[in-house]
Design a protein around this ligand. Structure first.
Ligand code: BGC
Length: 418
């Protein structure tokens, strides 16, 4: 085992990330649930019971603690808190408060996402993010959540607004009487198909300026409400693509950085923190964004195997935000080979350690993901998790990578090796 002197400050957070729709199961009042049931939808299978995290959350936090982690990212599901417009479910709020209380009692810092891709079905059907009232509607939900946030430090308003700016178009079919037909037209118009690569950052249409404007407005509204009513630190979590120009295409790089990342990172200048989410790096060339170079190792979702992308993402984020404190809120690899997961994460953490040593203000590392879960359009065959799950009994089985990362956490990063 190689030992590097720990670059990490005391109190650096180590943990794993999750999201409500991907883990809880039975998110029946959400737009994603509805989309999964549609004929012609790109979802390979429905989310169904998820990994039953809505019921097994205590067991999951116990596992987080036993592995040696000090932070756990999970989300509050708007579709549960407000299943019908204007109707706040006190049981849902009490449920999430119990999770927060339990985390705090176990010495686990909860990192909470208020919106992770899924919205209530009523919101989607009432025009979704395209409706003029979208920001007010989101703000009302955020206000309803504020009473349960006491004692919480880290709150992300919206997960990956730059990816979501695209994804939110997916709920448009739900606004029409014949959603399946509209879905097909939309997919064709955008070139989004149920291909092997599925829907991901490489196959998606670029986020529009209008979508970006909406995301920024929703984030600013949520931030104002949270600052007024709570003492949490507010940020959002941004997908950073590790973009690099082929020689001669630097101007294109500027363009893609602007529309995919910089608009969102500039908004983070006024935030208390920013979540950095990194998986791979992409070239920008004559045809725009490129997929994995021919012959390179790719992950289950077709992304190039690039452990170095995290360091690139952290340095880029630091530069564009001008020094907003960062948390790595997602970093990981879709693979069935857990030795590649350890290798990938070792490389990513070495880059993280260098960034910390260079003085970048990074407060923690949360791996994506804790338990193999519902990987959106791809369904359950794609495994990003540190922990495997039996899809019938929901029994959790930590993989070697979970124990390995737990040891890294216990040593505060002093032992980053295989
Ligand atoms: C999302 C997660 C997703 C992960 C892997 C991120 O874009 O926040 O929900 O599962 O990447 O694709």
């Amino acid at each position: 085992m190689t030992t590097t002197p720990s670059a990490f400050p005391t109190g650096f957070l180590w943990g794993a990330s999750s999201a409500p729709h991907q883990n809880e199961g039975d998110n029946t009042n959400s737009d994603m649930w509805a989309l999964e049931q549609l004929e012609g939808s790109p979802f390979r299978e429905p989310s169904a019971k998820g990994v039953d995290a809505y019921n097994r959350w205590q067991e999951d936090i116990d596992l987080v603690v036993s592995l040696g982690f000090t932070a756990f990212r999970f989300g509050i599901e708007w579709a549960r808190v407000e299943p019908e417009q204007g109707v706040i479910d006190p049981d849902a709020l009490a449920h999430y408060r119990r999770i927060i209380d339990y985390c705090l009692s176990q010495g686990v810092d909860p990192v909470i996402t208020l919106h992770h891709f899924s919205s209530p079905l009523w919101f989607a059907q009432a025009g979704g993010w395209g409706a003029p009232e979208a920001t007010d509607r989101f703000g009302a939900y955020v206000s309803a959540v504020t009473p349960i946030l006491e004692g919480v430090t880290w709150v992300a308003t919206i997960n990956e607004p730059n990816i979501f700016a695209v994804m939110h178009q997916m709920s448009i079919p739900l606004q029409y009487p014949d959603p399946t037909a509209v879905f097909a037209q939309l997919a064709e118009a955008h070139g989004v198909s149920d291909s092997d690569a599925g829907l991901n950052a490489f196959s998606m249409p670029a986020p529009t300026e209008e979508a970006a404007r909406i995301m920024l407005a929703a984030h600013e509204r949520a931030r104002a409400i949270l600052h007024e009513k709570t003492s949490v630190k507010v940020g959002w979590t941004v997908a950073i693509q590790g973009l690099v120009a082929r020689e001669g295409y630097e101007d294109r790089l500027d363009h893609y950085r602007r529309i995919w990342e910089d608009i969102y990172l500039e908004a983070s200048r006024d935030d208390d923190w920013v979540g950095v989410q990194s998986y791979t790096s992409q070239l920008v060339g004559p045809n725009g964004l490129e997929g994995a170079p021919a012959g390179s190792e790719v992950t289950q979702v077709g992304w190039a195997y690039r452990p170095d992308a995290l360091e690139m993402a952290l340095r880029r984020t630091w530069e564009v935000t001008g020094g907003t404190p960062m948390l790595v809120t997602e970093n990981g690899i879709a693979t069935t080979d857990d030795t590649r997961r350890i290798d990938y994460t070792t490389g990513a953490l070495e880059g993280l350690a260098r960034a910390v040593a260079d003085g970048l203000d990074i407060r923690g590392y949360l791996h994506w993901t804790f338990i193999d879960n519902f990987e959106w359009v791809h369904g359950y065959d794609i495994t990003f998790g540190l922990v495997a799950v039996d899809r019938t009994t929901f029994e959790r089985s930590p993989k070697p990578s979970a124990y390995w990362l737990g040891e890294v956490a216990r040593s505060n990063g002093a032992t980053i090796a295989h």
